[in-house]
Design a protein around this ligand. Structure first.
Ligand SMILES: CC(C)(COP(=O)(O)OP(=O)(O)OC[C@H]1O[C@@H](n2cnc3c(N)ncnc32)[C@H](O)[C@@H]1OP(=O)(O)O)[C@@H](O)C(=O)NCCC(=O)NCCS
Length: 206
């Protein structure tokens, strides 16, 4: 009798485990993020203390953030995680995992360049998936937005961001004393640049 129950329980466990083993996860990026989703993203960044990290000069109000997202030459890129479970009603679960932006695209002698940055919700940080999504955002910037170079300024105290930016292939200069602030205190910062040629070379090496 006892061994019958043991076998029954094992069958039940296997039935529960089978769908989990077939779960696939993929990442997608796109622009044209609706105002409602941008507002949800803003509230999430505010709740998770990420606004201050992203906008280290001064955290914007919701209205200022939305205006910034819609300012000329600014393209906001959403990074989405799509989870596909092997069930009969196989609609994938899609969740916004973070935002990237190509801000204030300018043109000089035909070359297009812009400020860039990214933010991921805390539950996706330090999970080993942000770099993959960051690279998709950079592909989007170079291929769809057709920029020739991206640049950024990163406070030296934001260590994950400094390392992330270098992993993405940005060439960083600094730290330059007093360039940034962090938690209301002046601090050094890096100026960084990623050219199209450097991005393509990095992809080729990978
Ligand atoms: C910046 C950001 C995208 C990085 O993504 P992440 O998933 O947190 O990054 P990782 O966990 O891969 O960490 C990156 C590196 O920093 C290191 N790191 C993280 N926290 C650290 C800490 N407190 N001290 C020292 N090193 C740290 C990690 O070990 C890793 O190093 P390595 O890969 O060179 O070994 C993410 O933290 C984020 O969205 N931050 C908020 C928004 C922001 O600051 N954006 C940048 C403004 S432009």
């Amino acid at each position: 009798m006892r061994s019958y129950w043991r076998g029954y329980i094992l069958v039940l466990m296997a039935a529960q485990l089978q769908p989990i083993s077939g779960v696939t996860r993929s990442f997608k990026v796109r622009s044209n993020i609706g105002e409602e989703l941008l507002a949800v993203a803003y509230l999430r960044m505010q709740a998770e203390g990420l606004l201050q990290q992203m906008f280290w000069q001064a955290a914007p109000s919701l209205r200022e953030f939305l205006d910034w997202c819609h300012s000329p030459g600014t393209i906001v890129i959403g990074a989405f995680i799509e989870i596909q479970r092997p069930t009969l009603d196989a609609a994938p679960e899609v969740e916004l995992a973070g935002l990237g932006w190509v801000h204030s695209v300018r043109v000089r002698n035909g070359a297009r360049y812009a400020d860039a940055g990214e933010v991921f919700w805390r539950k996706f940080q330090a999970m080993g998936c942000t770099l993959e999504m960051g690279r998709l955002m950079l592909d989007f910037a170079f291929q769809e937005v057709k920029v020739d170079a991206l640049y950024g300024i990163t406070p030296e105290k934001n260590i994950p961001a400094v390392r992330f930016m270098k992993h993405c292939g940005f060439q960083a200069f600094g730290p330059i004393p007093g360039l940034c602030c962090w938690n209301g205190q002046e601090c050094g910062g890096y100026m960084s640049v990623l050219t199209r040629a450097a991005w393509e070379a990095k992809k080729h090496d990978a």
